[in-house]
Design a protein around this ligand. Structure first.
Ligand SMILES: Cc1ncc(COP(=O)(O)O)c(C=O)c1O
Length: 434
C-alpha cells in the first residue's frame, strides 16, 4: 500500500524514484541543506486552513479559527497564518513575541496557559491581545488587579475542564477531571460569578480543550452539552451571556497506514450541530464559535529527512538503521510511543526487503523513531523521510547531547525557502559563561 497519502498533498515519486514534495526533490534538499531537515509544504498548509474555514464556515456563520502555535510556530509560519485569516492560540510570552514580531494582528490572539507569569500577563495586557483565557482562580485575581493597574479591561474567557475523556494518550488528554488545566466543572459557577463581579474584566465566554489527537468526535458533543448547560444555568442565575464558546483543538491526523483520521467535515458537523441544537433547546443565542486546531493544520505539511549512517543487523533479533537525528528533534516516539511511517526517499521504486528499526543517534536506548518497518534495502547515505512531522516535533526539540536543532524549509511549486537556519556551535555556547 502506498504511503504517499500520509505525506503532504503535493507528494509524488520522480522517475528516479525520489520523493518529491512541493515540486522539490527531497534528496536534493537533503544534500543542499543537510540533515536532519524539516520541510513544510506550503500548499498542504494553506489547503488545511481553507478546509477548516470552509467546513466550519459553511455550517456556522460566526466562527473564528485560531491556530494553536504550540504545534509549531516561527515567524514565516505566523505570516502565512495571518494571510489565511486565522487567529493564534499562544501559551507563552515567547509565542506571543513571535506573533508580535511579524505584526500578527494581536486582537486575533488568544492567550492560554495554566500558569501564566505576571510578566506574561503584563505583556498580554500591554499588547491588547484579543482574549486572555483564564485558567484558574489565582490567575483571575491577578489579572483583575493587573488590569486595574494598567487601566485596561481585557476580554476574557474562562477555561473549564469538563471532565470528558477524549480517548487519547493520557499525556495529551487535558479536559478530564484530574487535569492541571482549567477550572473543574464543579467550580464553574464560582468562577463565572467571580469573573462577572470583577470590575476590571469583561467575561465574554467559556472555553474547553479536551486533548490532542482525538479520533472520535463524540467527546466534543459531551463537552458542549455540559458547558452549554452550565451557561444556561448561569444566565438564569447571574444574567451571564455566552457570547463566545471556544471548543479547543485536538482534531486528529493520520500517522500510520492503519489509523486514518476522520475528515475535518465530520468534526465540523458534530460540533456545530450540537451547539445549534443545544442553544436552541435552552433558548440561548448562538455564541461565536472558536476552534483551535494545531496538529490538523500543520501536521501533514511537515516531513522530516534524515541521513542513514550505521546499519547494524543482529541476526534473528533486529536490524537497526541509525539516522542522524532522533529524539532531540522528535521526542514523540520516546515520550508517548507515537507511531510513524517512513520511506527511503531515494529508493521509492525499490521493493521492500525486510523489517528494520529506525533508531536515532542519541544516547538513550528509547531513541527509536520507527520500530519494525518494512523498507527496501537500506545502506549508509540513504535518506529516510518521515511523514506527518509538522506538529509537535520541532517545538519539543532539545539540544540533547549538545546537538544542533535542524534547519526548516518551506517548499512550493519547485522553489525552496529556508525559514529557520540550522543551529551552529556558536548558538550552543552563546549563553554559557566561563
Ligand atoms: C488549549 C489548546 N488548544 C488547542 C490545542 C491544539 O491541539 P491540537 O494540536 O491537537 O489541535 C492545544 C494542544 O494541546 C491546547 O492545549
Amino acid at each position: 500500500m502506498s504511503k504517499l497519502p500520509i505525506f503532504p498533498l503535493t507528494a509524488r515519486v520522480s522517475n528516479q524514484g525520489h520523493l518529491i514534495v512541493g515540486g522539490c526533490d527531497t534528496v536534493e534538499l537533503a544534500t543542499e541543506f543537510g540533515t536532519p531537515l524539516y520541510i513544510f509544504d506550503e500548499f498542504s498548509l494553506r489547503s488545511k486552513c481553507t478546509e477548516f474555514r470552509e467546513q466550519f464556515g459553511r455550517r456556522y456563520k460566526n466562527i473564528l479559527i485560531i491556530y494553536a502555535a504550540k504545534a509549531f510556530i516561527n515567524r514565516a509560519l505566523a505570516l502565512i497564518l495571518n494571510e489565511e485569516g486565522l487567529g493564534l492560540d499562544v501559551v507563552s510570552g515567547g509565542e506571543l513575541g513571535i506573533a508580535q514580531s511579524v505584526g500578527f494582528p494581536l486582537d486575533r490572539v488568544y492567550f492560554h496557559g495554566n500558569n501564566k507569569s505576571a510578566e506574561e500577563i503584563r505583556l498580554a495586557l500591554k499588547w491588547r491581545v484579543g482574549r486572555i483565557v483564564v485558567d484558574n482562580f489565582y490567575e483571575l485575581a491577578m489579572l483583575d488587579k493587573m488590569a486595574n493597574e494598567q487601566g485596561y479591561i481585557p476580554d476574557i474567557l474562562l477555561r473549564l475542564s469538563p471532565g470528558v475523556d477524549p480517548h487519547t494518550h493520557k499525556y495529551i488528554a487535558t479536559g478530564v477531571v484530574d487535569s492541571k488545566f482549567g477550572f473543574p466543572l464543579s467550580s464553574g459557577e464560582e468562577a463565572i460569578a467571580q469573573a462577572m463581579s470583577a470590575s476590571n474584566l469583561n467575561l465574554v465566554g467559556l472555553d474547553f480543550h479536551l486533548g490532542s489527537l482525538i479520533f472520535d468526535a463524540e467527546p466534543y458533543q459531551q463537552a458542549i452539552e455540559l458547558i452549554v448547560n452550565l451557561a444556561a444555568e448561569m444566565k438564569d442565575k447571574y444574567g451571564f451571556e455566552l457570547k463566545e464558546l471556544n471548543v479547543g483543538g485536538g482534531f486528529a491526523i493520520q500517522y500510520s497506514l492503519d489509523s486514518p483520521a476522520p475528515p475535518v467535515s465530520l468534526y465540523a458537523e458534530v460540533i456545530t450541530s450540537k451547539i445549534v441544537s443545544k442553544c436552541r433547546e435552552l433558548k440561548l443565542i448562538l455564541p461565536r464559535l472558536i476552534i483551535e486546531p494545531g496538529r490538523a493544520i500543520v501536521g501533514q505539511a511537515g516531513v522530516a529527512l534524515y541521513k542513514v549512517g550505521v546499519v547494524k543487523d543482529i541476526p534473528g533479533i533486529r536490524c537497526y538503521v541509525s539516522v542522524d537525528g532522533g529524539m532531540a528533534d522528535n521526542i514523540r516516539p520516546a515520550l508517548y510511543g507515537a507511531k510513524y511511517e517512513a520511506v527511503v526517499a531515494n529508493k521509492l521504486l525499490e521493493k521492500e526487503a525486510g523489517e528494520v528499526t529506525i533508531a536515532g543517534k542519541f544516547c538513550e536506548s528509547g531513541d527509536i523513531i520507527v520500530k519494525g518497518i518494512n523498507l527496501p534495502p537500506v545502506s549508509a547515505g540513504d535518506i529516510i523521510a518521515i511523514p506527518s512531522c509538522g506538529a509537535y516535533c520541532l517545538p519539543l526539540a532539545s539540544n540533547y547531547n549538545a546537538s544542533l536543532k535542524p534547519a526548516v524549509t518551506l517548499v512550493k511549486e519547485g522553489k525552496v525557502r529556508l525559514i529557520r537556519q540550522r543551529e551552529t556551535f556558536d548558538d550552543l555556547t552563546r549563553c554559557d559563561l566561563v
